[in-house]
Design a protein. Sequence first.
Lengths: 355, 551
Amino acid sequence: MIALLLANADGPTQNLSIFDPASPPAESIRQLSVLVLAITAFIFIAVEGILIYSIVRFRRRGATATGEPPQVYGSKPIEIAWTAAPALVVFVLVLVSARTLWEVNVPPPQPRERDNTLFATVVGRQWWWEYTYDHYNGRALGFTTANELHVPVSEEGIPRPVFLTLKSADVCHSFWVPRLAGKTDLIPGRINSMWFQTDRTGLYLGQCAEYCGTQHANMLLRVYVDTPDKFEHWLELQQKDRWPDKDDPRLRDERVRAGEKAFLAQSCINCHAVRGTPAKGTYAPDLTHLMSRRTLASGMIPNDPDDRPLDDLKGSKLLEWVADPQPIKPGCLMPSFGLGDRKRGDIVRYLLTLR
Amino acid sequence: MAIVEEPLELARESAAPPWTTVLHNWTTTVDHKKIGIMYVLMALVFLVIGGIEAVLLRWQLFWPRYDFVGPDAFNQLFTMHGTTMVFFMGMPILIGMGNYLVPLMIGTRDMAFPRLNALGFWATLFGGLLVYFSFATGGAPAIGWFAYAPLTERTFARSAATDLWALGLIVSGVGTTTAAVNFIATILGMRAPGMALHRVPFFVWTILWTSVQIVLVLPPLTAGLAMVLLDRNLGAHFFDVQNGGSALLWQHIFWFFGHPEVYILILPVFGMVTEIIPVFARKVLFGYEFMAAATAAIAFISLGVWAHHMFTVGMSRAQDLFFIVSTFLISIPTGIKFFNWLATMYGGRISFASPMLFCIGFLSMFLIGGLTGIMLGAAPFDFQLQDTYFLIGHFHFVLIGGTLFGVMAGIHYWYPKVTGRMLSERLARWQFWLLYVGFLLTFGTMHITGVLGMPRRIYTYDADRGWALLNQLTTLGAIIQVPSFIILVYNLFASLRHGRPAGDDPWDAWTLEWSTTSPPPAYNFEVIPTVHSRRPLWDLKHPDDPDWQYE
C-alpha cells in the first residue's frame, strides 16, 4: 500500500475532470450530468432499497414454514403505474438532453471582421495532431503547426470562441479535452466541427479518445490558453517563415549550417516542412517553429528549452528522438535513420535554432 | 445415434466404454443436451482465455508508463478479449443453455433440426479457433472488437490476422444464425400439448425473442465482414476512404448488429432470472403478460438505438435526438421487468441458495449498469463519457453484473438437472462473494477513472494524470476475481463425483424439465406431458389449487 502511495506522489496531478469545466459546452454538459445523476441516484436508492427490504423482510425464517406463501399473479393497475412513472422520467430526460444538445452542438459561423473568433482546422494523424490556423478576428492566417494548440482567453464582455474543423488523414480519431468540451470524432472523409471558449488561461490536457492504432495512448492533446497579447505575439511568430530572429548568433554557427544542409539533403524533408526552405513534406509535423513547442512526440516527452546552448547536446531530448524515435514511441511512423554522430549532432543543432 | 438406448443397465456399469467411443459419441452427437453441454464447456474455456487476457491488460495498467506487454501486445489483447467474450463466451453459453433447456422446458424430445444444431455448434467452435489462429500470423489483430474502418484496411492492418478474425466471425456467425433459426422452429412448432405460446416458461420466451434478434442482425454483420474481406483481398473500396469508400458506413453496419447484440446477451439472462426468482421466493411470477410484452418491446426497440454508440461522430442534432429518444424508451420495458422481479420477491418466502444469491447479485449490479446507461443515453453527457473508462465500467456492469451473474445463477440452478448432482453450496458462496467484491472494485472504480479523463484502449498513461491509484484498485479487483473462477471450475468438476445426488426436482420447482430424471434420458420424457398452465408442476403438486384457474 505504501508503494502504491509513493508511486502516485511524484509531481503535481493534472486536472482532466469532466466535473471541473472551464468552457460553456463543458459547463452545459456538467449541468445536465448533475440532473441526470440526481434522477438516477433517486431511482438507485429506491430500487436497491426495495430490493434490500424484500430480502430482509421476506427471507425464509427457519424450517418451520409450511406450505407456500400467497400466490399473486399480477395487477394491471400496478403495472400501468410503473410503466407510466418511468415514461414521465423519460419525457423529462429527453427535454433536458435536447436543450443541452442545442447548447453544445453549435454549427460554426462564418468568419467576420472583428468577431474575436479563432477558426482552426485539426487534422488527426497516426499519432499526432496537425493544426492549421484559418482565421482570427476576421483575419486570414493559413499557417500550419502541430501538437500544441494555442488559443486566446476570453475576457469580461469580450468572448473569444474557438471553432475547430475536424478532419482525419488516416483512421478515426477523437478530439477530447475534458474541461473544454465533449469529444468529437475526426473521421476520414467527413468534416466535423466543435467549439469551446474559456476565460481562464493555462494549459488544458486531453488526448485522442478513439482507438487509432499502435500509439493511440500517446496521441496527447495540449491546449494553451494565452492572454490576448501573448496569443497575438505567438500568431505573429508562427506566421513567419524560418529564421525569425536574424540577430540570433547561433545562426552563424558552423555546425548549424552543416546541419541545415544535412537536413535538406536527407529524407527528413519528405515528411517534414520548414517554411521558407525546400523542406515541404506534409506527412509529419511542421518544424518551422519546432522550438516554440514545449513537448515532442505529440505531448509525450518534454522538448529542449528554446535557448539551449549548442556546444554540448548531452541530455538533449531532441537528440534522443532524432537518433531513434522507436524506443521512445514504439511503432511511431518516424524511423531511425542510422545517421552518424556528427551528422546527427549537426541536424539537431539546426533544429534547435527553429524558434 | 444418440437416441439409441443401451440395452442393459448391467452392461453400462460393467465396463466403461473406451475413450475413443466416448469421443466419437460426443463429436457425432445430435442430441440437444450433449450439444448444449459442449456449447457451455466451449464457452467456459473461452471465458478462461478471455479472463487471462483481461488480467494481462490490467497488469499493464498497474503502473503509469509501465512496460509489461507494450503497445502492440496490449492492443491485440484488448481486441481478443472483447471478441472472445462477446462471440465465443457470451453468445455460446446462452445458446448452449438454451439448447439444453428449451426442449425440456417445452416438453419435447429434441430441437426441430438436430443436425443443423450440431452444425451450429461446430461452426461456432471452428469460428473461435479461426480467430485464435491469427496468433500464428505473428500477432492477433489489433483493431478493437468493433474494428472501426479504415483501421481494418490492408494499409493499416497489414498481416493476415485481420482476415482470420473476419473469417472466424463469419463462420461462427453462421453457426449462431442456424441456432437461432432452430430455436424459432422448435419453440413455435414443438411445444407439448396444451402449452400455448402464452404459457411457455419465461426463459423459452426470451430465447424466442433473442433468436428473432439474431436472425435480424447477425446477417448484416456477416455482410459487413465480407466487405472487409473484399476490401482487404480483392481491392474493393467499401470502407477505403481514399477511393471513395465510407469509414462511417462500417460504424452503422457494425452497431446495427452491435447494439441488439447487447440484448442478445441479456434477454436470455432475463429469462433465467425470471425462472429462478419465483422458485426461490416460492411465488408465481408477478405480471407474466407484462413481462412478456416488455421482452418483445425490448427486442423491437433495440433495433432502433444503434447510433447511440455514435453520438460523437458528428451526426445532426435531429439524428442525435432520435437516438436519445429511442435509447431512453428502452429503459421503460427494462424498468417494468425490474419492478416485476421485485414484486415477485415481495411477500415471498425467500431462500438464499446459490442460484438465488447470484440472482440478487444480478439485480443489484445490473440496475447500476442500467442507470449508467441512462447517463450515456443523454447524448451531451455521452460526448464526455463516450470511449472513456466510464463506458467500460458501464458495459461490464451490464455484461458481468447482468449476463455473467445471471448465467452463474442459471448454472447453479440447472447443474443438478444436467449432472444429477448438487454443486457445493460452500464453494458457490465463496465464488459469489469473491466475484461480487472483485467485480465492484474493478468496474465501480472504472467509472471514476473515466470521469477523470482516462480514455479506453490506451496501453499506458502519464503519472501526472492522477489515474494511477484508481488503476491499481481496478487491477486489484481483477486479481480478486481470479480465484472466484478457479473455484467455479473446481466446483463444476469436483461435484460431478462428490456432489450430493440431486434427485429429479431438488429446488421444488414448477417447469417441465424438473419432471424428468436428472440427468434426463436421451429421449427426455417417457410420455410427452400435457400442460394446462404456466406452472405444470405446480398443478401436479397442488391439485386442489391449480394455476390455470387464475391465468
